[in-house]
Design a protein around this ligand. Structure first.
Ligand code: AMP
Ligand code: ZN
Length: 112
């Protein structure tokens, strides 16, 4: 747990979130400011500041995060597909410095 980290506080149950999944390593919850009709995040319970701060020992955890994305996307009704986004660092537009994967969908997404 990192002090003053909003996602650590959600993991600890200190601030509320609309959770859609939780196990011993991961939590997923809806984004408070959705950028699409469906917008949720997959978050490791361990405080890893960003993808640039992940190490080889996180390999399985990162794999689990990615494999969970299509399962939860389907649970949320995204049967046609979805977009995954990981913002990393200032240059990547990351605002919450606790690693997370955004999953968005349910609308017309512009091709990248
Ligand atoms: P990023 O720019 O990738 O760091 O994205 C951070 C995301 O966290 C933004 O989309 C915010 O809307 C979202 N967010 C911030 N605070 C909360 C919160 N308390 N509950 C859910 N989502 C949040
Ligand atoms: Zn944190």
């Amino acid at each position: 747990m990192s002090d003053n980290c909003i996602f650590c506080k959600i993991v600890a149950g200190e601030i509320p979130a609309r959770k859609i999944f939780e196990d011993s390593d991961l939590i997923a919850f809806h984004d408070i400011h959705p950028a699409a009709p469906v917008h949720f995040m997959i978050v490791p319970k361990e405080h890893i500041a960003s993808l640039a701060d992940a190490h080889a020992r996180h390999e399985a955890l990162l794999g689990r995060m990615l494999l969970l994305a299509p399962i939860l996307a389907k649970d949320q009704g995204l049967n046609d597909g979805f977009r995954t986004i990981i913002n990393t660092g200032k240059g990547g537009g990351q605002e919450v410095m606790h690693l997370h994967i955004h999953i968005i969908g349910g609308g017309n997404l512009r091709a990248l």
